[in-house]
Ligand binder design. Structure first.
Ligand code: ATP
Ligand code: MG
Length: 339
């Protein structure tokens, strides 16, 4: 994740957090909460393959950060009882990097290629052939004398993950037999996820506290687990370790995460939009300047969530506040028709 995506409700994670997350990952499909459609589709794909005794089709996981793509990729390997190899787009700078991975795969192995949209272009061509014909053309020599030597590789299953499916070239996208579209989670599912995480962390979490954490987690399991950890810290330091509604609310207030999961930046943006620009329309960069942030930060971090939450609408003339925004912020709209 990019640097500007830090902060308590950002969907991205740094290395340290990814480490912590390992312990909370569901290992099997049955433990994976929510995304019912994806789970059902995937279970059919995997059962079909198991019944035929063949490696399943290549699978693409598409969806925003923290929604469970890596988790599902690992589940695919576990459900198949297959070995798992992990690499990522940025690690494949030249086609040789990919050839080295592909040519050493075992039969039936699951190759997880994270951030597949960031792979080098020449490697993409090689991947097409490998996915379709289980073959790599290894280039020997340089310049005019170079020759391609075809090398058969073991049938494998590619699991690609991307937060930017739109950036994938069509020929690559078309070579996946199944695409799992991961969506934001319903609050009820997030509630199950935090309760499960609390059990794994060995903390006592009351039901209404779980619901409170879930509601403020922006539809994202990663954020839910992160808020749970902050609430746990608070309970251990300031309380007796028990996680009830009062403790959850106090902890989340301390971290400036409001009832709908908005953080300080989100609220600053909304506040400027409402008070300074009377609800808009206003351009995003003007809005960013007025809260003292880089336009990119507002565009990538704050705005998408505010739009999805129904607090800001995009119009051709700029961003406008919705009636819900006035209500949520407790600001009286100016008289007359709202834009
Ligand atoms: N359906 C789920 N049930 C329970 N926990 C989940 C679920 N989905 C995700 N999580 C938890 O959320 C955290 C983040 O999930 P994961 O790493 O799979 O996200 P991702 O989509 O790969 O994100 P990124 O794009 O940043 O790599 C993990 O700790 C994982 O255990
Ligand atoms: Mg991931």
């Amino acid at each position: 994740m990019d640097d500007h995506e830090r902060g308590i409700v950002s969907p991205g994670a740094d290395l340290e957090e990814r480490d912590l997350e390992g312990a909370l990952r569901p290992r099997l499909l049955a433990d994976f909460v929510g995304q019912d459609r994806v789970r059902e589709q995937l279970s059919l794909v995997l059962n079909g393959a198991r019944n035929r005794g063949r490696a399943p089709d290549h699978i693409l996981m598409s969806g925003g950060p923290g929604l469970g793509k890596t988790t599902l990729a690992m589940i695919v390997a576990a459900e198949l009882g297959a070995p798992l190899r992990i690499t990522s787009g940025p690690a494949i700078e030249r086609s040789g990097d990919l050839a080295a991975v592909l040519s050493t795969l075992q039969e039936g192995e699951v190759l997880f290629l994270d951030e597949i949209h960031r792979m080098a272009r020449p490697a993409e061509e090689m991947l097409y052939v490998a996915m379709e014909d289980f073959r790599v053309d290894v280039m020997v020599g340089k310049g005019p004398g170079a020759t391609a030597i075809p090398l058969d590789i073991a049938p494998f299953t590619l699991v690609g993950a991307t937060t930017r499916a739109g950036l994938l070239p069509a020929p690559l996208r078309d070579r996946f037999g199944f695409t799992a579209h991961m969506d934001f989670y319903a609050a009820a599912d997030l509630e199950l996820i935090v309760r499960r995480s609390a059990r794994l962390l060995g903390v006592e979490l009351e039901d209404d506290a779980a619901a409170e954490v879930a509601r403020r987690s922006r539809g994202t399991p990663r954020i839910a687990n992160r808020l749970l950890r902050r609430v746990r810290d608070y309970a251990e330091v300031r309380g007796d370790g028990r996680l009830d509604l009062r403790v959850a609310r106090a902890a989340l207030a301390l971290y400036e995460v409001d009832e709908r999961g908005l953080d300080r930046l989100d609220r600053a943006v909304l506040d400027a939009l409402l008070r300074r620009f009377r609800g808009g329309p206003v351009g995003l960069s003007t809005l960013a300047v007025s809260v003292g942030e880089e336009p990119e930060t507002v565009e990538v971090v704050a705005e998408p969530f505010l739009v999805r939450a129904g607090l800001i609408a995009r119009t051709p003339r700029g961003r406008v506040a919705t009636p819900e925004a006035w209500e949520h912020m407790g600001v009286e709209p100016p008289p007359g028709p709202t834009p």
